[in-house]
Structure formats: structure tokens, C-alpha cells
Ligand binder design. Structure first.
Ligand SMILES: O=c1ccn([C@@H]2O[C@H](COP(=O)(O)OP(=O)(O)O[C@H]3O[C@H](CO)[C@@H](O)[C@H](O)[C@H]3O)[C@@H](O)[C@H]2O)c(=O)[nH]1
Length: 444
């Protein structure tokens, strides 16, 4: 909207998944979607490491994400060619493209890191000792050290991991994978070579962590606002989805629990079953958007035997991709049981729903702690091995949705909507971000 031309580069299927501006709009003429095919298995040592059509983590089991990184790294070649041929003012990347720094340097283009994680989560992994970029020595923290609030946090905070989450992050972020480059190394390289960092956040929500991140990285950290999305109209809904909305229309205001775990978490059978029984036990109406688990042979197999009959009329399990944002916008939704993915935190709080968090991977446990610190969420109780029970689910849901004890939480969540839904506030941050880009274009 500021008149800047953007080339949005990704692979064909991922570009297909993106929402697009209306073709006749002024913005459409400024955004160029550039498709680089993801190198197929032939380029990957002739091993069929990725199934046909797999281009994102949502398409593959978690253990194969490392192969996606191998394929992704090969995109540096067409990317370099693109930068060489175009007149590029800025390169904006996320933490995976560790090779972008060298390309930016070679063509004298400034590089900007964009974080889709919260500042509270990002500062946790921005340990200066672990993140010395450019091939220098890095210290790998112990899993145990990840269970404490980092020593650089100089304000009250409990943003740290429990042992079971710490083991997961130690392995997933600091541990080696088939691409030969750890995620910590990727992050380090980008942080080292970028001029600045932009982040989907705002000082009104987590100003203390944004300041800390700037201090830690020694780079300008620019909040772009929460980029709060707007729900689409009801047009083009298929039969299954229309039925969901009909059912929602029949429910009382703020009475229904929405359940969703984003695009990347892969729930085990035990986890799905405990959530199912926990929902039933809570006695609350619910709508569960469940992506078909890999272990289920069909939709019926994905849920406990007879569950669909038991809950008939009281709840709906919609298997497959559901229009989460439009569901959250419905006045019957009152609570969300979810994984604390940053995108869903923003989507949920913009409607002031009460939050019950059940974080599973990556930054989710850190976001969950941030929400609990801010009295905005209740966490489902976990055992030492990270498992949870149906009773734990039911208890947390009743606390957040109907119990007197949870009233403070419900009020806080509704108040938070004032900040999360303040379109002008967030637009202003986006405008200031674009101004920064315009002012700081490199003179070649
Ligand atoms: O059936 C579904 C499932 C998801 N969504 C949408 O998918 C997005 C999910 O985003 P998010 O809540 O951020 O979850 P993930 O996709 O799982 O997010 C990944 O990326 C986030 C940062 O953006 C991290 O915080 C998470 O840990 C990481 O798993 C949201 O827009 C949802 O509305 C749907 O529309 N329908």
C-alpha cells in the first residue's frame, strides 16, 4: 500500500496456498509472486527423500522436515540468479535461509530478517554465545540450561522450558539434521549478516522483550505490528463447512470451545484420544478442527470408537483444514484450546477469547509461558514426561470458560482484544517499517 514493489519468492504449491490480492487492485500490480520449483529427489542424491508435491512441513511427517531443508538450501542458486538480474533494494528472509547473507553481500543489497515468532520466544534462542555467526565457534547450551529464564532477562519473567520441552528444543534447534546445518547455525548466520530484524509484534504487548532483543542482537528490531488478519466472507463454503457455521449459529454467545493445533504439530493417538475424552468430560460445546493424523487409516479411525455418536449435538469434529479465522470470528466461540502457535495467539486474542494452552513444539511452550505470565491463559497440566490427561483438559477448559475462578482470565482476554484488534495501531507500525526500508536503501 506504500507503493513499494515486492517480489514474493516461494515454491509453486506454497504460492498456491497464499491468499492473493484482488487482480484489479492497485496492490496486485505491485506484488510479483515468483515461483522456484523445489528441487526434486533427483537433485538430492537420487534418494526419494520427499514425496511428490511435498513443499512445506504440513505435507510431511516431522522426521522428514530435515529433507525439506536440504531441498530448500538448493534454492539458493535460482535465488542468487534472481538477485543478480533484478534491481533489488532489500532482501527479506526468515531464519532458514542461512545462505542469503553471502548473496546479499555479493550484490551489495541490505538484508533483513523477518521473524514470525514472538519477541519473547526469539530472545530465548538469541543467546549471543550460541549465535556467533559467520562460521565462528558456537557454544551449544545444555538441555538443562533451557529450563531456566536466561540470565539476560532483567525483568520478571518465567519464559523458559519444562524439561520435556527443553529436550525437544535441544534436539530440534541445536541438534544436527540431514542438511548438515543446525537451525541454531542458520539463525546465527542470518542474525550476523542482517542489517535489521523485523518482527510480527508490537511494544504494547511485549515491549520489554522487543527492547531486550534489540540489546541482545545489537541490531534495530522493528515491530511491524501484529498483522491481524481479517476474516473472509461466507462465499464459497462447501457443504461440510456450511454445516459447521449452521451449528455455531444455534449455540449461545461465547459458549463454544474452539480446538485447533495449527499446521505443524502432529498429535499422537494417545494425545488425540485424551483431548477427545477431555472435551466430552468438560460438558462444554466444542468445535474441533482436526487435521487427519498420519496414524489414522480413515476419518473414523482418527477418533475413539463411538466418539462421534457420544458427542452428537454437543460438539463437532471437523477433519481436515478448517477456516480457523472465520470460526474464531463467530460470536458463539468463547474459548480456544490450542498449541500457542504465534499466528493463532494473534487470531484468538483479536476476538478476546479465553485461552487454554497445550503447547507441543518449537516456540509454542515459550509463547504459552508468556501468555500465562500476562494472566491471559491457563495451561493444561502436564506430567514430567509431557503427557496430559482427559481430566487435565476438562479442568482447564471449565476454568477458562465457566468457573468463577476464571472470570479474571476472561476479562483480561477481552481487554487484550482492544490492543490486538486495534487496526490503526498495527497499520502505523507497518507504515513505519516500510519507511525504514525506504530510508535505508543501500546506495550502490
Ligand atoms: O485447519 C486449520 C489449521 C490452521 N489454520 C491456520 O493456520 C495458521 C496456523 O498458524 P500458527 O498458529 O502460527 O500455527 P503453525 O502453523 O503450527 O505455526 C508455526 O509457525 C508459528 C509462527 O508463525 C509458530 O509459532 C508455531 O510454533 C509453528 O508451528 C493460522 O493462520 C490458522 O488460522 C487454518 O486456517 N485451518
Amino acid at each position: 500500500k506504500s507503493g513499494v514493489k515486492v517480489s514474493f519468492i516461494s515454491t509453486p504449491k506454497n504460492i498456491q496456498r497464499l491468499p492473493k490480492p484482488a487482480p484489479e487492485s492497485e496492490v496486485a500490480a505491485l506484488i510479483n509472486f515468483v515461483e522456484f520449483p523445489l528441487p526434486a529427489s533427483a537433485a538430492l542424491d537420487d534418494k526419494l527423500l520427499l514425496p511428490e508435491g511435498a513443499e512445506a512441513t504440513v505435507d510431511i511427517p516431522s522426521e522428514n522436515i530435515q529433507y525439506l531443508k536440504i531441498a530448500y538450501d538448493l534454492l539458493q542458486h535460482p535465488f542468487k540468479q534472481f538477485v543478480a538480474q533484478q534491481s533489488v533494494d532489500w532482501i527479506i528472509v526468515d531464519v532458514m535461509s542461512h545462505w542469503a547473507g553471502k548473496i546479499a553481500q555479493e550484490y551489495h543489497v541490505p538484508l533483513l530478517l523477518f521473524s514470525a515468532f514472538s519477541a519473547a520466544a526469539f530472545q530465548f534462542i538469541a543467546n549471543p554465545e550460541c549465535l556467533v555467526g559467520d562460521g565462528q565457534k558456537r557454544v551449544r547450551p545444555s538441555a538443562e540450561s533451557l529450563t531456566s529464564v536466561p540470565e539476560w532477562v532483567d525483568f520478571p519473567s518465567s519464559v523458559a522450558l519444562r524439561t520435556f520441552d527443553a529436550i525437544g528444543m535441544h534436539h530440534g534447534f541445536y541438534g544436527m539434521n540431514a542438511s548438515g546445518i543446525t537451525d541454531a547455525h542458520r539463525t546465527a548466520e542470518i542474525l550476523h549478516s542482517c542489517q535489521a530484524m523485523a518482527i510480527r509484534s508490537c511494544p504494547e504487548f511485549e515491549g520489554e522483550y522487543l527492547n531486550l532483543l534489540e540489546k541482545l542482537t545489537g541490531k534495530p528490531v522493528i515491530p511491524v505490528g501484529l498483522l491481524t488478519p481479517e476474516p473472509n466472507s461466507a462465499k464459497g463454503r462447501d457443504h461440510q463447512i456450511s454445516k459447521i457455521f449452521q451449528w455455531l449459529d444455534e449455540q449461545k454467545p461465547r459458549s463454544v470451545v474452539f480446538v485447533g493445533f495449527g499446521s505443524e504439530c502432529k498429535l499422537s493417538k494417545d494425545q488425540v484420544y485424551e483431548i477427545a475424552y477431555g472435551l466430552e468430560l468438560s460438558g462444554l460445546p466444542f468445535l474441533w478442527a482436526l487435521r487427519k493424523p498420519e496414524w489414522a487409516t480413515d476419518d473414523v479411525d482418527a477418533l475413539p470408537l463411538g466418539f462421534a455418536d457420544t458427542i452428537r449435538g454437543k460438539g463437532i469434529v471437523s477433519i481436515g483444514w478448517a477456516p480457523q479465522l472465520e470460526i474464531l470470528a463467530h460470536p458463539s466461540i468463547g474459548t480456544s484450546l490450542f498449541h500457542a502457535g504465534w499466528g493463532s495467539v494473534i487470531e484468538t486474542l483479536q476476538f478476546g477469547h479465553s485461552l487454554v494452552v497445550l503447547p507441543l513444539i518449537i516456540d509454542q511452550p515459550l509463547n504459552a509461558r508468556l501468555l500465562v505470565d500476562k494472566d491471559l491463559a491457563v495451561q493444561v497440566e502436564r506430567k514430567d514426561d509431557g503427557s496430559f490427561t482427559r481430566d487435565g483438559i476438562a479442568k482447564a477448559l471449565r476454568l477458562a470458560t465457566v468457573s468463577e475462578e476464571g472470570e479474571k482470565l476472561r476479562v483480561r482476554a477481552r481487554e487484550a482484544a482492544n490492543t490486538f484488534n486495534d487496526k490503526k495501531l498495527h497499520d502505523d507500525y507497518s507504515v513505519r517499517f516500510v519507511e525504514y526500508l525506504k530510508i535505508n536503501v543501500a546506495t550502490k
